[in-house]
Design a protein around this ligand. Sequence first.
Ligand code: SAM
Length: 242
Amino acid sequence: MTPHPTLTNRYANTEQKPAFVNGLFDAGAAHYDSVVDWGFLRSGSSYRRWTLQRHDNPPGPPLLDVACGTGLVAAEAAKILGSADTITCLDPSEGMLAEAKKKLNAKFVVGRAESLPFPDNSFDFLTMGYALRHVTSLEQTFREYRRVLKPGGKLLILEVTKPEGSVRGFFFRIYFGKIYPGLTQLFTRSRAAKDMMVYYWETMDACVPPATVLAALREAGFADAKRIPLLGLFSEYVATKT
Ligand SMILES: C[S@@+](CC[C@H](N)C(=O)[O-])C[C@H]1O[C@@H](n2cnc3c(N)ncnc32)[C@H](O)[C@@H]1O
């Protein structure tokens, strides 16, 4: 199962998706932090930290942050842990990793969620922030997450989910589909940054519903898989490896 149907306006098939997504994030990396900072009303860092604190209990380090991007989730984890020594950050985009390295002294690895370059039973806690839409297979990704987690290890996936209901859906569409990419172009003067946010919207719009994500987590063998929605907009998926 793919997290969304093939976006044929972007690539012809799933095989072409990784190269397209990588190019997009490499090109937009320098603008990512500022764009998501004001785009989410400066709530991003405190929301990531608050969510980690609520869910990383009891598992602690070692922690793997998949799709670390510029390191926004890992940086908050490091604040909680007091250091980044036990944090591994993985991402396929060299551009995003270069930004992360400026703010964090973690271990950095180039790689993809669908094929993690780590031995079985390596981590106690695995996080993924706002990137599930970019993988090519939910089942393959979740099988890999289960494989690298230790027994009892926990998974936390953060996502933005298109709200149900026509009124909220309408405002969501207007903001993420039009206003956010438009303001991104205006503030950054970067076509690459705008493209990144247009694609952000396209993948959210086309994304499978939460029930499909939960079914894929269970199929991969995770226990206690559940979604915690927030404000009808944010999704926190949590699950445990038994
Ligand atoms: C929207 S950014 C999220 C960055 C960060 N986690 C955050 O909370 O802001 C999405 C990231 O997913 C990465 N990505 C794309 N495809 C991926 C894949 N197949 N496996 C792992 N990461 C991927 C991109 O390179 C990008 O850095």
